[in-house]
Ligand binder design. Structure first.
Ligand SMILES: Cc1cc2nc3c(=O)[nH]c(=O)nc-3n(C[C@H](O)[C@H](O)[C@H](O)COP(=O)(O)O)c2cc1C
Length: 678
């Protein structure tokens, strides 16, 4: 069979090392080979081997800071023991691995307010120069690294790289002139006000990183590959202010004008490849593109920078479309793609693409829910740090816990509700050998996720729905559309899965029965059109996404939120929420926080009545329509009817929103837990 993607699957050299193809598995925190104590992380072995089978050309584990282990330069026994063994296993697949060595967060450090009392914690808040504001708490200022500290870092990089070389690791990646980490803070004039040899001119600002590159070459030899993680442009409008795609702005960080000379400095110092994208913590959505960012969002800038260097340039950021990759590789615009999250969602996606089985690829929907719930309100039981789990694929980094085995007793299972939870159960239960009937009352599978996937920027969500439908078709699951199952329908099954979802919460306020008041789901599903001026009640994720959708369509949305702020969603990554806030700024969408809905009125034309917290009088917001996005109530009446009718409660399983309203991740993870158990 002719190769479908001949360029994507052609070898490329980075320094002295040849990669078998053009695909790098991006560094992702949570996939680190060693933890903060410098100990080997045994959890990652199966993760790596599954993706080595998946044909990765080059692995880059999540960043490990060279200070890990308190300047011990890592533990030799870990590197020369389990890591060396893992390298042999990875090499057996023809894949390579570069260890990512980092110099720390600098002003992007996550600090706990309580810790700031401790002098040691305060002293640890470093950056390129004094007075740099912390990203998360700008009122906290960081100090500049001392010269001794800089030299110690350079030394540590050389020693750590040598340890990697001894362990059979194929090369290192320097983290990072990228995303606003410590080294990048030195590199960018706005965050480096030093007056010594590490500040001022471009050469001086790049002295720290170029010394590191040279030190690694000194300790490991000139032919030991060094790749540099590089942000072509910072996309910053200021501290904690980022630019949106297509927006005209003045660059506060590294500009497109400065970037070619900067890239050349890296290469002149010995960098063998650039692993490039855009962004900074202040414009986080470029380096960590959420669903609102276009596909291959960083490609134009990365392709531009390639013209100025004579080493391979890889591009990261939603680059998982093999046809696009093939096209730009064939044109010589970049040399390879760096792909992260798509490998979390589907370790086999690359092989599937190569074999022409695109419809079988479970797409990454760029939600960041499982892999990167960082910087926002922590999820319960979660410290808010990356864990590289996947919302769509619970197996990722839990490979040992999720081994799909045939069911011991094959049963007849009724799954009621064809949303994502129901489809996931039907898929997994069928794969385990159960005989499954899936009942869906509408004419379409997808449930509430059809509405969530409706906006035009939710292309991947629509692909996910298509993936589920295709899997059920391939598995020949007995799907009964237009069938509202009641207790009578399912009473003869061995087990019943109730995945009936949730219904919109009804508010009892005057004027909400007006035809101009519509539910979020009715708007998204195109059941009820809305006018030009739209008041959205509820500033959670759905409400804000609807505002974006309306603004893109040229309408004038406004958001009313009862809480002191919008987007108060546990586990929502700051890359997603910060981008949405910039979108609100860009489109000038008014936000009424701390404000509750009081109803609607016809007086002087249609108005939405709202009242600010503690205010005695109402405000009238003129509108053509009002969209209610105020949450959902679990719909589990079938379970109640079944048990009331004498069906054994142990054989009724309520999952997903029918159990407790959650999100895609909670629904899918519950579906896995149940389906592996039954
Ligand atoms: C969970 C997670 C952790 C990450 N950690 C790192 C890291 O340690 N070092 C790094 O350079 N980039 C890190 N990144 C950025 C990725 O390498 C990658 O550039 C980004 O996810 C965009 O690529 P994608 O759209 O293919 O996922 C991380 C991304 C994720 C999702």
């Amino acid at each position: 069979m002719p190769e479908r993607y001949p360029n994507l699957f052609s070898p490329v050299k980075i320094g002295s090392v040849t990669l078998k193809n053009r695909v790098v598995l991006a560094a992702m925190g949570g996939t680190n080979l060693v933890n903060y104590e410098g100990d080997y992380n045994p959890n990652v072995r199966d993760y790596y081997l599954a993706r080595a089978k998946g044909n990765v050309g080059l692995f880059i584990p999540g960043v490990t800071f060279v200070t890990t282990g308190g300047w011990l330069y890592y533990k030799e026994d870990q590197f020369l023991g389990p890591i060396k063994d893992l390298m042999d296993e990875i090499h057996a697949y023809g894949s390579k691995l570069f260890f990512q060595l980092g110099a720390g967060f600098g002003r992007a450090a996550h600090v706990q307010r309580g810790d700031l009392e401790k002098p040691s914690a305060r002293a640890g808040l470093v950056s390129a120069s004094d007075g740099m504001p912390n990203v998360w708490m700008p009122e906290i200022k960081h100090r500049g690294l001392t010269l001794d500290e800089i030299h110690e870092y350079v030394d540590a990089y050389g020693k750590c790289a040598l340890m990697c070389k001894k362990a059979g690791i194929d090369g290192v990646e320097i983290h990072a002139i990228h995303e606003g980490y410590t080294l990048d803070q030195f590199a960018v004039a706005a965050t480096n006000h030093r007056t010594d040899e590490y500040g001022g001119s471009l050469e001086n600002r790049f002295r720290f990183v170029t010394e590191i590159i040279r030190e690694i070459k000194r300790t490991c030899g000139a032919d030991y590959p060094v790749m540099v993680r590089y942000s072509v442009a910072s996309k910053m409008r200021g501290f904690n202010k980022g630019a949106l795609p297509g927006e005209a702005y003045e660059e506060f960080g590294r500009s497109m004008e400065e970037s070619p000379a900067a890239a050349r400095l890296l290469v002149a110092a010995g960098a063998d490849a650039l692993d490039a994208d855009n962004g900074s913590y202040d414009s986080w959505w470029w380096a960590h593109p959420p669903v609102y960012m276009p596909l291959h969002c960083n490609f134009p800038e990365v392709a531009y920078i390639k013209q100025f260097v004579d080493v391979p340039v890889f591009c990261a950021g939603r680059m998982e479309d093999p046809a696009f990759a093939e096209k730009v590789l064939a044109a010589g615009e970049i040399d390879g793609i760096t792909v992260g999250r798509q490998f979390l969602a589907d370790p086999e996606w690359l092989n599937k693409a190569r074999e022409g089985r695109e419809a079988d690829i479970r797409p990454c929907i760029a939600c960041h829910n499982g892999c990167f719930p960082v910087g926002g309100i922590p999820k319960p039981g979660h410290g808010g740090y990356p864990e590289a789990h996947c919302a769509l694929n619970p197996i990722t980094l839990e490979e040992r816990n999720w081994v799909l085995t045939p069911a011991e007793t094959k049963k007849r299972v009724a799954v009621v509700g064809g949303g994502v939870g129901g489809m996931e159960c039907a898929r997994l239960l069928t794969m385990r050998g159960h005989s499954v009937t899936l009942f869906e009352k509408t004419g379409k599978l997808g449930g509430a996720f059809i509405a969530a996937a409706a906006p035009d920027f939710k292309e991947k969500d629509k692909q996910l729905l298509a993936w589920y439908r295709h899997q059920l078709e391939t598995l020949q699951v007995d799907v009964r559309l237009h069938t509202e199952a009641d207790a009578g329908t399912v009473k003869d099954y061995d087990e019943v899965v109730v995945a009936t979802g949730a219904t919109p919460r009804k508010l009892k306020l005057p004027g909400l029965d007006d035809a101009r008041v519509v539910e979020a789901i009715e708007y998204l599903n195109g059941i009820k059109p809305v006018g030009q001026n739209v008041v959205i009640v509820g500033g959670g994720l759905t409400g804000v996404e609807i505002a974006y959708d309306l603004a893109r369509k040229g309408k004038k949305p406004a958001i009313v939120e009862m809480l002191p702020d919008i987007l108060q969603v546990p586990g929502l990554c700051a890359a997603n929420s910060n981008m949405l806030r910039e979108i609100i700024r860009y489109y000038g969408i008014p936000v009424y926080a701390n404000t509750a809905l009081a109803g609607t009125t016809e007086e002087g034309g249609f108005h939405v009545r709202v009242r600010e917290k503690d205010a005695s009088v109402e405000t009238l917001l003129a509108a053509d329509s009002c969209i209610l996005s105020v949450g959902y109530v679990p719909q589990r009446s079938l379970a109640e009817a079944l048990t009331a009718g004498g069906f054994d409660p142990a054989r009724v399983h309520v999952i997903g929103d029918a159990n407790a309203v959650g999100n895609l991740m909670s629904v899918i993870h519950e579906a896995y837990a149940l389906s592996y158990r039954l």
